[in-house]
Design a protein around this ligand. Structure first.
Ligand SMILES: Cc1cc2nc3c(=O)[nH]c(=O)nc-3n(C[C@H](O)[C@H](O)[C@H](O)COP(=O)(O)O)c2cc1C
Length: 353
């Protein structure tokens, strides 16, 4: 009797919270916030991670004056100033000081920041200070930059073959035809059956090298690929997402795309981890096809229990979030793929006017 009453109350509560209350709350921003603050905690993990990222970003930028993502973003903003038509005589005055701050901080760190990126920072700033007309703010930062620059090793300090805006050389363009590209896109299907054969890491690296050529907002590339190809570890990770039922055992290596929310100083950019990583993921999957490998993109559900397990498994930081998984391997020619007919062009494409 007591159990029946408890079950009834439980069902009523669930119905009220998940069906009734949202119907009142969705009408106002304030009520929606109250709903998600007190009755539905779905956004909690994202909120926490976004805030952890923002705090780290601001701390590095303001207190430590050494923020890699800020430096990348501002270097790119200066690139855009350099290629602008017409180019302004003086530009970037609002952020050149923080850029030089972070340049000094990042260049001074003994870490694994890619040398070519360091060359890019140096070359763009060198070009900027070369072309900018005299201006008190620019002149002061130029002096600081040249001071540090003079102390750098040649690989970071030379403009020769400069990593600065350039005109693309048409004769270097790819000879892939649209037909071949379309064929590659048709060839890529979500493959769930793989040969029992370890994946050559050199091929994964090649695919990732292609993937990281993808566009990303202000070139920040706020993601990393965590790859699991060890048989024992693989057994755990393939079970963490929900969508691998029935074929998890067939996956030969799992790639987990992880987003870094410390790339941003403001919540407005929080979705970029998903956008940028997904653009790269598509290139990654196409590249795998060209290398004789196949893949299945796998959803990462925002469910507390799974998030905790994945964070522990990958040793993620509070500002890092799993974005999606990609199961890969050499395709089993005897394994079928779904037909998954796509929506018609006329439905997806809408020209305005
Ligand atoms: C973000 C995303 C999440 C996906 N999640 C899963 C998944 O959890 N399990 C699965 O078997 N397939 C998953 N897929 C594969 C889709 O089912 C598949 O892409 C779709 O049916 C179209 O088929 P195709 O990839 O062969 O063109 C996912 C695909 C994407 C892009």
């Amino acid at each position: 009797m007591a159990n029946t009453l408890r079950n009834k109350l439980g069902r009523f509560k669930k119905h009220f919270l998940e069906v009734k209350l949202p119907q009142y709350c969705y009408k106002s921003g304030f009520l929606s916030s109250l709903y998600y603050a007190f009755f539905n905690r779905s956004f909690n993990r994202e909120n926490k991670a976004v805030l952890a990222g923002k705090v780290k970003h601001i701390k590095e930028a303001v207190n430590l004056k050494s923020n890699y993502f800020l430096l990348v973003r501002n270097t790119h903003r200066i690139e855009k100033g350099l290629l602008m038509r017409p180019r302004k005589e003086v530009f970037a005055t609002a952020f050149i000081a923080e850029t030089v701050d972070s340049y000094i901080g990042v260049m001074g760190k003994k870490d694994d920041t890619d040398n070519l990126q360091k060359k890019w920072f140096t070359d763009v700033l060198t070009e900027y200070f070369n072309v900018c007309q005299p201006h008190p703010v620019v002149d002061r930062q130029k002096e600081r930059f040249l001071n540090v620059h003079a102390r750098q090793s040649p690989v970071n300090g030379q403009l020769e073959g400069g990593a600065i805006p350039y005109l693309r050389n048409v004769s270097d363009f790819s000879s892939i035809s649209y037909e071949e590209f379309y064929k590659l896109n048709r060839q890529r299907r979500s493959v769930r059956w793989f040969l029992d054969k370890p994946v050559d890491r050199a091929l994964i690296d090649k695919a990732i090298l292609a993937a990281i050529q993808a566009p990303s907002a202000c070139n920040r590339q706020p993601f990393e690929y965590h790859i699991v190809d060890d048989k024992e570890l693989l057994q755990t990770v393939v079970e963490l997402p929900m969508g691998t039922k029935g074929y998890a055992h067939s996956i030969q290596a799992m790639i987990v795309a992880v987003g870094n929310l410390d790339a941003y100083f403001d919540e407005r950019d929080r979705h970029l981890i998903y956008i940028d990583a997904s653009l790269a993921n598509m290139s990654l999957m196409l590249a795998l096809e060209t290398l004789g490998l196949a893949s299945c993109p796998i959803n990462w559900p925002d469910i507390e229990e799974r998030e905790v397990k994945m964070a522990k498994f990958l040793k993620l930081q509070p500002y890092q979030r799993p974005i999606m998984c990609i199961g890969i391997g050499y395709p089993d020619p005897q394994g079928m793929v779904a037909y998954s007919e796509k929506r018609p062009l006329d439905v997806v494409r809408k020209y305005l006017g």
